[in-house]
Ligand binder design. Structure first.
Ligand code: THU
Length: 142
């Protein structure tokens, strides 16, 4: 048996979970539905969707919604993979706020996948999306 045959395909699971979460998107203002799902280093998957607010600034993106669910469940997390799904031909990348929040919980190996409803279209490392990221390592007390 090939070694890869035993490998769990997390990307497919993330895609399925993000699709389900996206269905629950609360987006009466933009009408853009976004879903996200992430895999933590402990092997658990958490999903999120964008939740908008009449006071627009109260809106939270799908990526942060997934990350905050993961933190609520596990505390300190490290993200192995994160997948974002939009229905656009060219899938949306995470916004700047989300990139910064991803950076907080990412490692050099974290993969960020952008998908449409059918499949993953592109995958990035965090460094590609947020070069020279400011992160926890900068806040060492002197
Ligand atoms: N949105 C996300 O969920 N993730 C992003 O990274 C980009 C933007 C949401 C926020 C808002 O509900 C809608 O998409 C339009 O900006």
């Amino acid at each position: 048996m090939k070694k890869s045959a035993n490998k769990i395909n997390y990307s497919e699971q993330l895609h399925a979970k993000a699709i389900t979460a996206r269905k629950n998107s609360y987006s009466p203002y933009s009408h853009y539905k976004v879903g996200a799902a992430l895999l933590t280093e402990s092997g658990n998957i958490y999903a999120g969707c964008n939740v908008e607010n009449a006071s627009y600034g109260g809106t939270i993106c799908a990526e942060r919604s997934a990350i905050f669910s993961a933190v609520a469940a596990e505390g300190q997390i490290k993200i192995k993979e994160l997948l974002v799904i939009t229905a656009e031909k060219k899938p949306w990348p995470p916004c700047g706020f989300c990139r910064q929040v991803i950076a907080e919980f990412a490692t050099s190996k974290t993969k960020i996948h952008l998908a449409d409803e059918n499949k993953i279209k592109t995958s990035y490392n965090l460094a590609e999306l947020l070069p020279e990221a400011f992160g926890p390592s900068h806040l060492t007390r002197r």
